[in-house]
Ligand binder design. Structure first.
Ligand SMILES: [Zn+2]
Length: 70
């Protein structure tokens, strides 16, 4: 589903916890164009929205943004 967001290069370190039937996700996201706080924030919000849309049980998503290392 992250393929829907072209800025995202890689997702790793995914951690899922189930608490009272709700899912708490945490993941690392390597992205392009993360040079501004605003841009990376916007991508993180799109990803969170997509994930919540796909999996209704998701209660919260914590996204750690990492710049591309070249
Ligand atoms: Zn990482």
């Amino acid at each position: 589903m992250a393929k829907n967001i072209p800025e995202i290069i890689d997702i790793h370190g995914l951690d899922v916890r189930r608490i009272n039937g709700k899912l708490m996700l945490s993941l690392h996201c390597v992205m392009r164009g993360s040079d501004t706080v605003q841009a990376s924030h916007e991508v993180a919000e799109r990803l969170e929205y997509l994930l919540k849309n796909e999996i209704k049980e998701i209660e919260c998503v914590t996204i750690h943004i990492e710049p591309v290392s070249e």
